[in-house]
Design a protein around this ligand. Structure first.
Ligand code: HEC
Length: 103
């Protein structure tokens, strides 16, 4: 490494350290709401921690097999994204979500 490169690197490290402070972030207000129906509490408790409820309410309502779609989504949230959903809550959540397309 040449001297000017070392100096440049040192400068970058120093300026990075000087500006590294916690980022304050206030998420925008929630705009979607989950209609009250059997199972809504399980959905609220398990599905709104990481992202807005509009990830749920904006999914297509015209799929032939809503239940298969939502079972897949819940499984993906759990297995791929690490959502801490209890196995016994999965059927309640999938029931709610599968019925949602009819509201
Ligand atoms: C541990 C965090 C976490 C939890 C809890 C969680 N999700 Fe997600 N979800 C994600 C991430 C990460 C994505 C992908 C975000 C992106 O692509 O921008 C996502 C995306 C989605 C999408 C968009 C379609 C897709 O497949 O990417 C839907 C629908 C969804 N989640 C539904 C749910 C439902 C229903 C629940 C409750 C059973 C839930 N999520 C709980 C992390 C979570």
């Amino acid at each position: 490494m040449r001297a000017y490169e070392a100096a440049l690197l040192a400068g970058l490290v120093a300026s990075g350290a000087a500006t590294a402070k916690p980022v304050e972030y206030t998420p925008p207000p929630e705009t979607a709401s989950l209609p009250a129906a059997a199972g809504v509490e399980a959905v609220r408790a398990n599905c709104t921690e990481c992202h807005s409820a509009d990830y749920i309410t904006t999914q297509p309502r015209t799929l032939k097999d809503q239940r298969a779609f939502w079972a897949g989504e819940v499984s993906k949230m759990k297995k791929a994204y690490g959502a801490p959903i209890q196995d016994q809550d999965v059927p309640t959540i999938v029931d709610y979500l599968a019925k949602m397309s009819k509201w």
